[in-house]
Every structure is written in structure tokens, then in C-alpha cells.
Design a protein around this ligand. Structure first.
Ligand code: MN
Ligand code: MN
Length: 464
């Protein structure tokens, strides 16, 4: 039995960390790659800003706007900007279009706090905005923290004005009040999810009266006056506005060794950015490639900028037609990586994870065969065959990857855009980066996992 070491090596599978498997200079490349990603995060805190920033990067690489009906030839690089909130990029390959399209689909919306349509009011010496949160937030995390306002206002005359305040060092920031501990005895006994109800998420925006006279609503009036001065808007213009409060902090290295990156909105820009870099750098692939940056994932993928919109099919149909293929055959042969984050195993909350099947931080990009809740409800459960193919793709490029499941069985659950793509008869599986404190105002990822994700999306663009 002294052969056991030999047999153990031959037969057992052990998850390894990127640091065990990669040489020092490769790790340095990952740290460098994260710098570009951090800059992207700071420039793109909302879906609109993500579209704008992605278009800017893609245009610099020769991508140009696609209009339905445009002709296509191999080597062409297009983007389709859907209402400034959802972006499709695609490159036309040399192989027949009936070999399918390689699609990576990430989302660029993140949990945040939206203003209501009649937001501004004054009360007890302060002016506030009423809000309605967007996506799955833990409300207690959003109080007593600096917030920035981002968005767009469509004015009465139809002109549009962009709002971004709280990002520049000289800008003011905004704030949601919290209760002092001295008076918190009653609230402290409530379950965490009930301590801060949604209607208490009011954003503090001012306290100085218009003329010092103490007229009623004079603080509100000064707020309106300043908004008018800066943006030319009136209170009525909020009716046709989309303004969101997002954390006012920038992406920062975390840890003495700077191996981690903290930021708002890793979910899901930590997959959107590597998927975008992969399509830009592999535009010469023989495969036809598509990268989708979707909106509305955090609220269920509904709406005309979400992944349930027919636009995906419309574009596949247009590509098939332009390249002389049958759309149904194109979809049947297409393969998709639903590029979304997973929960990283957190030893501080070990009771909600099952360690053997959780994604470990710095153990590489994570492949989730299925998502969903309870008995795999609401999941695209990717086939063993498709995962088998991906294993070979990853092995060929020596990508460090791991299998992972969100948490313990029956402990909760979640979904991604995977099922909305798979239902069009497209092979789809979830692949992404493990995240600590997902959906918090400041989330954490490991830079080496980000780089393995980029390498995985690249391999997917290239391999047979
Ligand atoms: Mn996500
Ligand atoms: Mn999410």
C-alpha cells in the first residue's frame, strides 16, 4: 500500500489556490490588470456610465455602431447601444455562422437607492429626498455612509441633463441618517432586516434656508434653487428623472499585500470588465463573438434593457441573416457564459456555506453548474456535456477555476441571467468571480480571481 501517494495524486481532486499554481510574474500581471479594472469601476458606477465607458473603450479598439440591416463581413467589430443602459458588442468570425456565436453576458446594474419621482421635502430643519431602493440591499448597510448622486433628468423641453455629484473631492456628498445607540435599545432588538424600513431611507440633502427668514419650506427652496443653478431643472423635472444614490467612495486596494480590491458594484462589473476586455482582445477569433452588458439583472431582468428583452434574439437573427445562416441553427450551436459573480466562502459566516462546494477566495474563476433556490428551483442547470467541453477549454489554457455553489442547500438562493439565455436553446453556464460581502456598498474581490476570469473569457473566445 505504499503506492498510496501515487494513487492519491492520480485519483483525487483537490482545489488549489491561484497562488499555488501561478508563478510570481503571472501574479504581478493580475495585480496590474486590476488597476485598469479599478479605473473602470470609478468611471462606471451605474449602467448608463458603464455603457458610456464601455463604448469609449470599444471605439478605441475599432468597434463601431451597428444599425439593423447593416452588412457584415469577417473581421467587423460592432456595438449596439440599447437606450444607453444595455450594450451588445459583437465581432464577425471567419467560420460559417452556423457554427454558432460565443456569447458572454454580464450585467452592469448594481443594487443602489433610487430617488422617487416626487423626492424633495423639508422637515425639522433639513431637506431630504424620498427613495425607493433598487435590487437586493441590506438596508442597514446604507445608513451613515457617504453617498453620491448619479443619473439623468429629462427636462420639460425634452433636453437631457446628466447629474453626477459626490465623486469629485470638492463635491458635497449625501447621507442617510441612522439612530444613535443611546436611543437604539428598541430598534436593536428587532431582526436586522426590519431595523431600517425602506421608507426610512431618506437622503439628507440640505439644511440652510433660502433667505434666513424661516419661511416654511425655505430649506427645500434653497435646495431647488441650487439644483436650478447647477442643472437648470425645476421640481417638476424629477417626474422624468432617473437619479440614483450610490456609495461615494472609489475602488481601493484592501490588505497589507494589496491582493484584494474593495469597491461598490463588483457585482457584476467584475465580470463585465473582463468579458469586455476578452472580446476586444480576441476580435480576430475565427468564431463570431458577442458580449452582452445587461441592465435590470438585479430586479429580475425585465424591461427592454434587461436580458428578457427580445433584443438578444433580434441581434442573433440579424447576424444570422447577414451571414447567410438559419437563426435557429445559429442558436442551437451557440455557447454562452453567463458571467456573474458568486459568493466567496466567508469563514466569518461559515454556517451558511457548505465549504466543500463553495467558491474559495483566490482559488480562481468559479463555475456554477446551477443557481436557484430550494430544489434547484428557477435554475438553468448546465449539462455535464457543456461543462465537460468547458473543462477542456480551461485545461488547454491552464486556467485556474473551481466549481462553486452559492451557499448551503435550503439556506436561500439566487439567480442570474443564465436561464433567460438558455431558454433560447443556447448552451449556457454561469462563470464568474467570487465576491465577499456581495451587494454591500463596498464589496471585496481577489485580484487573482479577476485575472483568471479574464483568461477564461479569452479562452472561450478562441478555442474550438
Ligand atoms: Mn450579479
Ligand atoms: Mn446581484
Amino acid at each position: 500500500m505504499n503506492d498510496s501517494k501515487k494513487w492519491s495524486e492520480a485519483l483525487t481532486y483537490t482545489k488549489k489556490s491561484v497562488y499555488e499554481l501561478r508563478e510570481e510574474k503571472e501574479i504581478d500581471k493580475a495585480m496590474e490588470y486590476a488597476r485598469g479594472y479599478a479605473a473602470f469601476l470609478d468611471a462606471a458606477k451605474t449602467e448608463r456610465e458603464s455603457v458610456r465607458e464601455s463604448v469609449r473603450l470599444a471605439e478605441a479598439q475599432g468597434f463601431r455602431p451597428y444599425r439593423f440591416g447593416d452588412e457584415m463581413k469577417p473581421g467587423d467589430k460592432f456595438y449596439y447601444n440599447n437606450r444607453d443602459k444595455n450594450l451588445y458588442l459583437f465581432t464577425v468570425g471567419t467560420e460559417p455562422i452556423e457554427c454558432g456565436i460565443r456569447i458572454s453576458a454580464a450585467h452592469i446594474d448594481s443594487p443602489r437607492i433610487d430617488l422617487k419621482q416626487c423626492p424633495l421635502y423639508e422637515e425639522s430643519g433639513m431637506s431630504f429626498f424620498k427613495t425607493h431602493y433598487y435590487g437586493g440591499i441590506r438596508k442597514y448597510q446604507w445608513v451613515a455612509t457617504p453617498l453620491a448622486l448619479h443619473g439623468v433628468v429629462i427636462k420639460k423641453d425634452g433636453t437631457s441633463v446628466e447629474v453626477c455629484i459626490g465623486e469629485d473631492e470638492s463635491d458635497p456628498v449625501f447621507y442617510i441618517n441612522d439612530l444613535l445607540p443611546h436611543l437604539g435599545h428598541e430598534i436593536d432588538r428587532k431582526p436586522l432586516g426590519e431595523a431600517i424600513p425602506g421608507e426610512k431611507l431618506n437622503i439628507l440633502v440640505g439644511s440652510r434656508p433660502f433667505d434666513g427668514e424661516g419661511e416654511s419650506d425655505s430649506i427645500k427652496l434653497r435646495t431647488l434653487y441650487l439644483l436650478h443653478e447647477k442643472y437648470g431643472i425645476t421640481e417638476e423635472d424629477f417626474l422624468s428623472a432617473e437619479i440614483s444614490a450610490v456609495p461615494a467612495f472609489k475602488a481601493r486596494d484592501i490588505g497589507f499585500d494589496r491582493s484584494l480590491l474593495g469597491a461598490y458594484g463588483h457585482d457584476d462589473r467584475v465580470c463585465a470588465y473582463p468579458a469586455l476586455s476578452a472580446i476586444m482582445e480576441n476580435a480576430d477569433s475565427k468564431h463570431t463573438l458577442m458580449c452582452v452588458l445587461a441592465d435590470k439583472e438585479e430586479t429580475g431582468s425585465d424591461g427592454n434593457t434587461g436580458m428578457k428583452s427580445d433584443l438578444l434574439l433580434d441581434l442573433i437573427n440579424a447576424i444570422a441573416k447577414a451571414r447567410g445562416g438559419d437563426p435557429a441553427a445559429v442558436r442551437a450551436a451557440s455557447r454562452c457564459l453567463s458571467a456573474d459573480v458568486s459568493a466567496a466562502y466567508d469563514p466569518n459566516f461559515s454556517d451558511v456555506f457548505e465549504k466543500r462546494n463553495s467558491a474559495l477566495l483566490s482559488a480562481g474563476v468559479v463555475l456554477c453548474k446551477f443557481t436557484g433556490a430550494r430544489g434547484k428551483s428557477g435554475t438553468n442547470d448546465a449539462s455535464a456535456e457543456y461543462i465537460g467541453w468547458l473543462r477542456r477549454v480551461m485545461a488547454a489554457d491552464e486556467i485556474v477555476w473551481q466549481a462553486g455553489e452559492l451557499g448551503r442547500v435550503d439556506c436561500g438562493g439566487g439567480g442570474t441571467v443564465a436561464k433567460f439565455i438558455a431558454e433560447h436553446n443556447i448552451e449556457t453556464v454561469d462563470l464568474g468571480v467570487p465576491v465577499i460581502s456581495m451587494h454591500a456598498p463596498f464589496e471585496v474581490i481577489s485580484k487573482v480571481d479577476l485575472y483568471e476570469a479574464y483568461r477564461a473569457f479569452s479562452a472561450f473566445c478562441q478555442h474550438d
